[in-house]
Design a protein around this ligand. Structure first.
Ligand code: CMP
Length: 390
């Protein structure tokens, strides 16, 4: 041990003003011990009775914030002491103290410690100073933790409130979307019941009832699909996306044509098959086409493009419609989010389409991205893993 690391040199540094006789008493009643790195000298909450003063090396003081997380309070080195709080308060250890390297300590049992404390005002003063400093530090840490927890709670509450609002809006939207076709169907059914219709009129009425019931069924199916997709194991097979696209275009041709919208497909011949669940992929692409038609201006073009990218197929749907504001881009894939109004236009729907697409793409371990410029249009791209052997 170097001369300035001897107890006789270090004790007066820790307890300024201590009398030489008291230093001698301290040395006489204590013992010197050496511990390797990683030794726990004080264990938080344990009842232990030794007071330590560091002669050489360093220790780390840590405290548990919750069951699993520990926080480092301080590193102590030669001339510092620890383990006094439990002895003075007759309480369990307030923290854990672990050696960081080889540590030489002076150790005092509780009886010797009490005796020195009772007759040395210098030791008592140093203790009071140190303990009040440590308690203040522990209080600050507790307050800081409470602040953090409070702000985490506030954020979680805010998120819950937002989710609750979205859910309530969703229910209102669903009720609204169901009411229109239900009212139409029930109106026509009443007329049919009276038996007043014949010939063409009868056929048209039946057709209207059937179309409206179809709308209700498809809405309910979409909601159920989104609920079930996480529970049902998908049946992955080789899927031809260009065939699926043709089917969707056939379905939308009439609706788009009425508004002068052209649906164009590019590079479909070169599109390789993907590995996926064809029913889910059809729904995912349908939702993108449906949105593109809904948000396109009269006479707008919609392009569906295929591009092979390494081991994936990129399928993009691009429109030249109203586009999406940058601050809304992150929410559009959320369940039940939907754009209600843009300028003077009101848009129907319950905001479930993009949530379905996102869920399906996630299920396929693919990627869904969007590029959009307000007033210019949007482009949604799905990246899908290629099928086996292609
Ligand atoms: P004790 O509670 O007996 O055992 C753990 C020791 O860690 C404690 O005494 C103090 O010596 C020390 N300790 C507790 N809190 C702090 C703190 N905030 N800073 C430094 N040391 C501390």
């Amino acid at each position: 041990m170097t001369t300035n690391r001897t107890p006789a040199k270090i004790i007066p540094r820790a307890f300024p003003g201590i009398k030489p006789s008291e230093v001698e008493e301290l040395i006489a009643t204590s013992k010197v011990n050496t511990y390797p790195a990683g030794t726990i000298l004080c264990r938080e909450n344990a009842i232990e009775t030794i007071f330590y003063m560091i002669l050489e090396g360093e220790v780390e003081v840590t405290k548990l914030i919750n069951q699993t997380e520990a926080r480092v309070l301080k590193t102590l080195s030669a001339g510092d002491f620890f383990g006094e709080m439990a002895l003075i308060h007759n309480a369990p250890r307030a923290a854990t103290v672990t050696t960081k390297n080889d540590v030489v300590v002076l150790e005092l049992e509780k009886e010797s410690f009490d005796r020195v404390l009772q007759h040395s005002s210098s030791v008592a003063m140093a203790m009071v100073k140190e303990i009040s400093e440590r308690l203040r530090q522990n209080d600050e840490m507790a307050i800081e933790d409470l602040r953090m927890r409070a702000s985490e709670l506030a954020q979680a509450y805010q998120k819950l409130a937002e989710q609750d609002l979205t859910r309530r809006k969703f229910l209102t939207n669903v009720a609204h979307e169901l009411r229109t076709p239900l009212m139409a169907a029930s109106g026509y059914l009443q007329i049919l019941q009276r038996g007043a219709l014949q010939g063409n009129q009868l056929n048209e009425a039946i057709e209207t009832v059937s179309r409206n019931v179809g709308q209700i069924v498809s809405l309910v199916n979409d909601i159920l699909f989104l609920q079930e997709i996480e529970l049902v194991l998908p049946d992955f097979q080789s899927v031809n996306m260009s065939e699926i696209t043709q089917g969707i275009i056939k379905k939308y041709e009439k609706k788009a044509g009425e508004r002068g919208i052209h649906l164009k497909v590019r590079n479909e011949q070169s599109a390789p098959s993907v590995n996926g669940d064809s029913r889910s992929l059809e729904r995912a692409l349908t939702a993108l086409v449906d949105n593109a038609v809904k948000f396109s201006p009269h006479g707008g073009d919609i392009e569906i493009n295929f591009e092979k990218q390494k081991d994936r197929l990129a399928v993009s749907v691009e429109d030249h419609g109203i586009g999406i504001a940058t601050d809304q881009l992150s929410s559009i894939f959320d369940r039940f989010y939907h754009l209600e109004q843009s300028g003077d236009d009101l848009f129907g729907g319950i905001g479930i389409g993009l949530a379905i697409t996102r869920q399906v793409i996630e299920q396929h371990h693919g990627k869904l991205s969007v590029e959009s410029k307000p007033g210019k249009g949007s482009k949604f791209t799905m990246l899908l893993p290629l099928g086996n052997g292609i």
